[in-house]
Design a protein around this ligand. Structure first.
Ligand code: 5RP
Length: 226
């Protein structure tokens, strides 16, 4: 079977110019892009790389490249990231990894935010297949759960558990993660604002109208959506 993630990564690397500052998200498509960059050697060595996750940062270092901290990054030329699902307006749901806060910071800083992925992730309209992931301050856990329940009584709200037997998952920022499973999504403009307004919510994983382009690879080849 064709490796569509690799095909999308090959199209992505063509958009990178020597000397640029490039932000990288997380996941297997980004890992494919990084492997291509490492193979190019001189291009990668000319870039300033910024990462939104601990895992991607480790991978970049394993390839022998430096990573600039997000806090010191003014404006990446391009931020590339994968997603779980995206739609015709380039709205995206992300963050199986619970790292959407850093991803949104980089996506917002960047001159271009380009989604890359296989065609299976594309839908006309985002649906309730994937949960909305919410990063919440630990002290606000009860409040956030209570207010989410009031806003979305039909949704299932799960505190994400960690790898250890009894511990909750902790985000890279030291916060809690809630996975909200909807039966049906409310209009995205409302969802985007409503969840963000709950005190103690650091960030949620709906990327509403943030991406500027998407590179999609599938059986019909690679296409770029704007
Ligand atoms: C991390 C993400 C990933 O980009 C998303 O899960 C896609 O991963 P993959 O490229 O492995 O399909 O949103 O928060």
């Amino acid at each position: 079977m064709a490796d569509y993630k690799m095909e999308a990564a090959k199209a992505a690397i063509k958009l990178i110019q020597p000397g640029q500052t490039i932000g990288l998200g997380a996941g297997s498509t980004i890992a494919a892009l990084l492997a291509l960059l490492a193979a190019e050697g001189s291009l990668a060595a000319s870039l300033t790389l910024v990462s939104s996750s601990f895992k991607t940062t480790s991978l970049i270092r394993e390839y022998g490249f430096n990573v600039q901290s997000i806090a010191l990054t003014k404006s990446p030329d391009i931020y590339f990231d994968g997603c779980d699902q995206f739609d015709i307006e380039l709205n995206a749901l992300k963050s199986g990894g619970g790292i959407h806060t850093s991803e949104k910071i980089l996506a917002s800083l960047a001159a271009e935010f380009i989604l890359i992925g296989d065609a299976g992730k594309f839908v006309n309209k985002l649906d309730a297949t994937y949960p909305l992931v919410i990063e919440a301050l630990p002290a606000a856990l009860q409040l956030v759960q209570y207010q989410l329940f009031n806003h979305f009584p039909d949704a299932k709200i799960n505190l994400r558990m960690g790898d250890k037997k009894d511990g909750a998952a902790i985000s890279d920022n030291g916060n809690m993660l809630l996975d909200v499973y909807f039966t049906k999504l409310i209009p995205l403009d409302e969802l985007n604002v409503l969840v963000k307004m709950v005190p103690g919510v650091v960030e949620h994983s709906l990327f509403y109208r943030m991406a500027t382009r998407a590179i999609i690879a599938g059986p019909e080849g690679v296409r770029i959506m704007k």
